[in-house]
Write a protein that binds this ligand. Structure first.
Ligand SMILES: *Cc1c(COP(=O)(O)O)cnc(C)c1O
Length: 360
């Protein structure tokens, strides 16, 4: 069903009890604060997308039999809006997230969100909440578009009704005092995703399957876990919220997309930048066996993760079985150069040479 979207006559219900905004001193963290309004849109099989609303942030009202509660039809996205040094507001690649959520809709048999609706609703909500965008390096307004099946019906089939909503959360820098490197545990028992499964889409279900191992290793002092492939448990896939890159003696490697790795936006941009910098970057399968052997020969130089939340995260330690692999991360590391490049583009310090920014 093709639909035209005109969000000009969007129904806006103002929040009469707005929250005080965080001050520049507030430790924002990640996802702790939410703005005063959300965007919602409703889909019904025979009506298409309708009922576009901006309304006060509040609890959602849903049928206890809603598909999402029982059969987990849920997808989400994550992107950011930045307040640039000259006051302009830039959203990083919303079209990319629009395509990715729709790829998820196909796999989970959910109603796709027309890209116009996706992008325009984000722009509208961010514009209404512009005073919530924190200023300063590393700070941003995190945008969380979410799609859930809402039909109240316990028969097992895809929902005929959906709710699309967008939350906004001012977030801080992961790098309060320079690049903080993380400790990663290589998970050899549980798996996150399998071939033919949901790993390549941003389904809430992938997070459900990853929380247990991550929480367990958190108690042991690790920040996140690195997931291996479901079959050989040797091929490296990714971290729960980040794609990974390895700097080896003669090349930079990131695991090739294999159907169970989430195709990250920052991963795609990192590949582009590294190719432009004429660095020896390759996408190919890479195993723990190879990595351990490179480490023992002193040829495993650096590892970092890529993802919207922290952009580039250097890894200081990778723990595999009983071998802790200790890695360097300092100002001259590749991760540090990439982090600077990304933030310079996002905050408008250097020209947006790839057209990654959408201004509102
Ligand atoms: C969201 C996500 C990423 C990072 O994707 P970006 O688009 O770069 O933010 C990586 N891995 C998983 C499993 C994710 O859900």
């Amino acid at each position: 069903m093709h639909q035209e979207f005109n969000l000009d006559n969007l129904n806006i219900e103002k929040n009469e009890n707005p929250h005080p905004k965080p001050t520049p001193e507030t430790n924002l963290g990640f996802g702790k604060y939410f703005t005063d309004h959300i965007f919602t849109a409703t889909y019904k099989r025979n009506q298409g997308w309708h009922h576009f609303q901006v309304k006060p942030y509040s609890h959602l009202h849903m049928d206890p039999a809603a598909c999402v509660y029982h059969y987990g039809q849920a997808l989400f996205e994550g992107l950011k809006a930045f307040k640039q040094h000259d006051g302009k507001i830039a959203i990083f690649r919303p079209e990319f997230n629009s395509k990715r959520i729709n790829a998820g809709c196909q796999r989970l048999d959910m109603s796709e969100i027309p890209s116009e609706l996706f992008v325009e609703s984000i722009k509208k909500l961010v514009s209404i909440e512009r005073d919530w965008i924190p200023e300063g390096n590393g700070k941003a307004l995190y945008i969380r578009p979410t799609l859930v099946g809402t039909e109240g019906f316990l028969g097992v089939r895809p929902s005929d009704e959906y709710l699309f909503f967008i939350l906004l959360s001012p977030v801080g820098s992961y790098y309060t005092s320079g690049a903080k490197s993380v400790r990663i545990w290589v998970e050899t028992d549980e798996i996150r995703a399998a071939p033919g499964g949901l790993g390549a889409i941003k389904a809430a279900a992938n997070y459900a399957s990853s929380l247990h191992a991550a929480a367990k290793q958190k108690k042991n002092g690790f920040d996140q876990v690195l997931w291996l492939d479901a079959i050989t448990k040797d091929q490296i896939e990714e971290v729960g919220t980040m794609n990974v890159f390895f700097v080896l003696k003669n090349e930079i490697v990131t695991p090739a997309l294999n159907g169970s790795i989430l195709p990250g936006g920052i991963r795609e941009c990192t590949l582009k930048i590294l190719r432009d910098w004429k660095m020896p970057i390759v996408e190919r399968p890479i195993t723990m066996t190879e990595l351990v052997s490179a480490y023992k020969k002193g040829e495993f130089k650096e590892m970092f993760g890529t993802g919207t939340a922290a952009v580039i995260t250097p890894v200081g330690e990778l723990m595999y079985k009983d071998l802790p692999m200790m890695l360097e991360a300092n100002d001259s590391s590749l991760s540090s150069k990439l982090y600077k490049e990304f933030t310079n583009i996002q905050y408008g310090v250097i020209p947006d040479r790839y057209n990654w920014l959408t201004f509102i």
